[in-house]
Design a protein around this ligand. Structure first.
Ligand SMILES: Nc1ncnc2c1ncn2[C@@H]1O[C@H](COP(=O)(O)OP(=O)(O)OP(=O)(O)O)[C@@H](O)[C@H]1O
Length: 447
């Protein structure tokens, strides 16, 4: 029996049971794989993963039973950059090669990527603080902000900045001992150190670094052994003025499953957000990327793409690549007409509006409140704030008018919706945790 039949069984079950928007958001993107006696489920992002874990796992386990000889172990993963984040062997890089602490020579996908430098990083309001902090840290490692903690949604440039810091430090000081590592690989290193009882070597390796760049730290959630080890590493490096830079998909205090002493250590240097880029910045990125690839596009075309691809920079790059490939294949120059043809599927998908039902359900799930409360007259902060966020998202993601939105939230006045939008806009500037929630919800709803 194959993973395909298992996936088919789950998909058809949930398609019948759930509203289409929910099915499309949470179930359809899942990848089902069978690995021996294990079911591996891969979700496109951590939010989807959390929702699946909380709401659908029992039913998925039930549906999986006939495909295994005993109740299967279920492993959850997140898909990243076209490949899945699993727990591969430890790899690290250094401007001066450093022996890996627990692995034999392996291919090194975590090597510093020479193209991810500050010169190719376009800046704008959404990332200028993070960019400035990154430059300062790269120019004076261990002195300015330690650790530097950069957080933001998927595909917004966190890895790029992390790598740019590594590349600049390496250029300025070729002797520096630098390690760029994805958190999943760090976890794997801890596991191997346990297995091979090689903790001294493991600790020694990390404690000897001049610069530790650790990507997507949220993956160490619910891994107490790794957290303990990382806590010691972090303290040891910071205490000896060695620079640590950490990236994460959310604000430190918002990561669940991480010990408070560690999250509090994360915030003792500088915490900066990267936000989704605005229209002009998306245009600037497209112009830069197309010029770098040798087929510069016009501003008109860049505006056209940027207006339609709003979720993140990785998707912007994807759209540009698709247009360039389409133009090459058809031997035509890039124009708005050609861009429309190349992005036909994407544009068609976008025309399907995000529904009010999906916004309310997603926000309620996210804040763990009931939809009826969201629509009720209750004014307690735990209900009122998510309600204002949902209204603000509805304004941004649907074509509905203010009175229509008010109506959908238990018959409220249009001025209440306007007030909610203004409140959230202002809070997004002053409350970084709320801003991160808003961005995550926005990205999830946009799909
Ligand atoms: N400001 C920018 N200027 C130019 N390119 C950018 C910028 N931000 C991101 N990119 C490009 O967008 C792509 C995605 O960025 P990156 O991998 O750094 O995102 P991320 O925030 O680490 O995402 P994830 O959370 O999925 O790991 C990369 O190819 C990167 O070079």
């Amino acid at each position: 029996m194959s993973a395909q039949s298992l996936s088919g069984s789950c998909l058809s079950f949930f398609k019948e049971q759930l509203p289409l928007q929910q099915y499309n958001s949470w179930i359809k993107p899942l990848i089902f794989e069978i690995d021996g006696e294990k079911l591996v489920l891969t979700a496109p992002n951590s939010f989807t993963l959390r929702i699946v874990q909380e709401r659908f796992l029992p039913e998925i386990s039930k549906r999986a039973l006939p495909f295994f000889s005993s109740p299967p172990q279920i492993e959850l993963r997140i898909e990243k950059r076209g490949s899945k984040v699993t727990v591969p062997p430890v790899q690290q890089t250094s401007s001066k090669p450093i022996a890996a602490p627990t692995t034999k020579a392996v291919k090194n996908p975590n090597k510093l990527n020479a193209s991810l430098v500050f010169d190719t990083f376009v800046t704008g309001k959404a990332n200028q603080l993070a960019h400035a902090a990154a430059i300062q840290v790269a120019e004076t490692p261990g002195v300015a902000y330690n650790p530097l903690f950069i957080y933001g949604g998927v595909g917004l440039g966190k890895t790029h900045l992390l790598q740019a810091i590594g590349n600049l430090v390496s250029k300025q000081n070729p002797q520096a001992r630098i390690c760029y590592i994805h958190a999943t690989n760090y976890i794997s290193g801890v596991v191997r150190a346990f297995q091979t009882k090689n903790f001294d070597e493991f600790k020694q390796f990390y404690n000897s670094l001049d610069l530790l760049l650790i990507d997507d730290i949220q993956f160490i959630a619910d891994k107490p052994g790794t957290q303990q080890e990382f806590f010691y590493t972090l303290n040891s490096l910071i205490d000896t003025n060695k620079q640590v830079v950490i990236t994460c998909d959310t604000f430190p205090k918002e990561i669940t499953g991480i010990e408070p002493r560690l999250t509090s250590r994360f915030t003792c240097g500088l915490t900066v957000a990267i936000e989704p880029p605005g229209l002009e910045m998306r245009v600037a990125i497209l112009l830069q990327k197309s010029a770098a690839s040798g087929s510069p596009i016009s501003e008109d075309v860049a505006f056209f793409i940027a207006k339609h691809v709003r979720s993140n920079i990785r998707e912007l790059e994807g759209a540009l690549n698709r247009i360039e490939a389409y133009a090459r294949f058809h031997k035509r120059a890039i124009s708005i007409e050609l861009a429309k043809e190349a992005l036909k599927d994407l544009l068609a998908a976008q025309n399907k509006q995000v529904s009010m039902e999906n916004i309310q359900k997603t926000v309620a799930d996210f804040y763990r409140i009931k939809i009826v409360d969201l629509l009720s007259k209750k004014r307690t902060r735990v209900i009122a704030r998510p309600r204002q966020i949902a209204m603000c998202l509805a304004r941004e993601l649907t074509q509905l008018s203010l009175p229509e939105i008010g109506n959908a939230f238990g018959g409220r006045d249009h001025s209440t919706v306007l007030h909610a939008c203004k409140t959230i806009e202002s809070l997004r500037n002053s409350d970084s945790a709320l801003n991160a929630d808003f961005n995550l919800l926005n990205q999830t709803l946009r799909g």
